[in-house]
Design a protein around this ligand. Structure first.
Ligand SMILES: C[S@@+](CC[C@H](N)C(=O)[O-])C[C@H]1O[C@@H](n2cnc3c(N)ncnc32)[C@H](O)[C@@H]1O
Length: 488
């Protein structure tokens, strides 16, 4: 892939837009945005959809379906200047009487991104460069989009996280062990006219020795596998060793207050609780941490999924499956968990919050991370009753009370009351009617001490008991983001 002048990048991007190779048009034209895949058996449909000789169809056949186009057809449908640029950049290459694309081109978040075609997995290309995919989009949603003096995107692949981070960072350094990814990411930086991203090759933090960052993003190869078939997904170390290594080494590259946000998987082995392994990663890092656990799979389920992903030939399934299962059995792996690890460098006594979180978070998730860290700091500082009771808790604007009634003796009677968050993680919590009434009176004007005392008087219950129960409840609600807090 070759990078040309700034002007050439602009001309090329405009040419794709003018031809209708835009996110909306591609979706409309193909009827669905799914990638071409042997497993999905959708190639015949995509070829049919793109069968007439038009400029857009030629581009789609090259850069989406991934099939060659006869030179005569290409010359008829693609303007000469664009064809020249496609050839000079190496986006297409001659193949006998045809031109064939060397990459796939996808739209993500307003960028046009080159990556390898999904058929590269089917061809078992070990150094394939991953396209923007659900994991990159997931991490991007959680990225803290506050001003960053320097951002590191470790394991950049196509460079998608760096392209996004360029908007809120003074500079971005994108690194990858795979030289092909480095080349692809540099190309994407150029194609999208981005000026503040440098792409460098190297293993883990080696390319940024001695440098510090306000934000480190990483979607590393985290699959827990017995072999390293693919650089983009197979963790090359024992079990979850690569993710552990990144967490252990990241603090040296974080400025005070800087964050690492990293997707990962970790194993649970015989005799351990699910959180033990990841808790060990965090120890001694000098960072506060929030580990958000997502899905848990048992080894059988996990191995079956991996086998399906890597092989189209059912004939090899038994051997591949046995390879995975022997690896897990020998090491006593009982479960594999996935999640997002966020650590923040901070001097002083650090805290760690490790928990399972609900699926389908929504809203400004980068901001949610920052406010959750701030809430946890505040709770850590209010670690005596005296300090906690001075806080002024306030029910958040993103909280709803769900009242469920059931019919009973000809009337609707309350079945349950549930507090729900409508942004961030959709945490929920059952509450008693009187408690719901108490919480709504917490509006930030009264201290926790005042609010609890008045509630105890109202329910005519001993202050001491009400205070200890309310304190525990308020703590949980503040931690989970149902309540914000003002200091007195
Ligand atoms: C799952 S892909 C993520 C790509 C991209 N960041 C995204 O989110 O779409 C992981 C990337 O890490 C790179 N990688 C693998 N091992 C690495 C290592 N030891 N150091 C740096 N990068 C590595 C792979 O080449 C691959 O590009």
């Amino acid at each position: 892939m070759k990078v040309l002048s700034e002007n050439a990048a602009r001309t090329l991007l405009n040419a794709f837009n003018d031809a209708g190779y835009t996110e909306a048009q591609v979706r409309k034209h193909l009827g669905a945005a799914e990638l071409p895949s042997l497993q999905l058996r959708n190639v015949a449909r995509l070829l049919d959809r793109t069968s007439t000789a038009t400029e857009l169809n030629t581009l789609l056949r090259w850069f989406w379906v991934g099939v060659p186009v006869a030179k005569a057809n290409a010359e008829k449908t693609i303007p000469a200047e664009m064809l020249g640029l496609l050839e000079q950049t190496g986006l297409i290459a001659e193949q006998g009487e045809n031109w064939a694309a060397t990459v796939m081109l996808l739209h993500t978040d307003g960028f046009l991104v080159a990556a390898d075609h999904p058929s590269a997995i089917e061809r078992h290309e070990a150094d394939l460069v991953l396209w923007p995919n659900p994991t990159s989009k997931f991490l991007a949603k959680f990225a803290i989009r506050r001003h960053s003096r320097a951002t590191l995107d470790l394991g950049t692949g196509s460079g998608i996280l760096s392209l996004q981070a360029a908007a809120f960072s003074d500079k971005v350094i994108a690194t990858d062990l795979n030289e092909r990814a480095v080349e692809m990411a540099r190309f994407n930086v150029w194609l999208n006219g981005i000026k503040n991203v440098d792409v460098v090759a190297g293993d883990c933090f080696a390319p940024v020795a001695g440098e510090k960052f306000d934000l480190i993003l990483s979607n590393p190869p985290f699959f827990i596998t017995p072999q390293s078939d693919y650089l983009f997904c197979d963790n090359s170390m024992e079990l979850d060793g690569l993710c552990r290594r990144l967490v252990k080494e990241a603090p040296e590259h974080l400025s005070e207050g800087g964050y690492l946000e990293m997707l990962c998987e970790w194993a649970q082995v015989t005799g351990e609780r699910w959180e033990d392994r990841v808790a060990e990663w965090l120890r001694g890092t000098g960072c506060d941490a929030w580990v958000m656990k997502g899905v848990t799979q048992d080894p059988e389920e996990y191995a079956q999924r991996r086998v399906k992903e890597i092989s189209q030939d059912p004939g090899g399934d038994a051997e591949a499956y046995a390879g995975y299962m022997n690896y897990y059995r020998q090491r006593g792996v009982e479960a594999i968990h996935d999640g997002l690890v966020v650590i923040r460098k901070r001097e002083g006594k650090n805290w760690a919050r490790i928990e399972e979180v609900p699926k389908t978070p929504s809203g400004e998730l980068g901001e949610m991370i920052v406010t959750s860290f701030a809430a946890q700091d505040l709770l850590q500082n209010a670690d005596t009753d005296e300090a906690f009771l001075k806080l002024r808790p306030k029910l958040g604007a993103n909280v709803r009370l769900e009242h469920v009634c059931a019919p009973k003796e000809g009337r609707w009677t309350t079945d349950s009351l549930t507090l729900r968050l409508i942004s961030g993680f959709p945490f929920h919590m059952a509450v008693q009617p009187l408690v719901a009434e108490f919480l709504v009176t917490c509006d930030g004007t009264r201290t926790a001490r005042e609010a609890i005392a008045s509630f105890a008087a109202q329910v005519k219950a001993p202050l001491e008991r009400v205070q200890s129960e309310c304190q525990a409840l308020l703590w949980k609600l503040i931690e989970r983001g149902f309540m914000t807090v003002e200091n007195s």
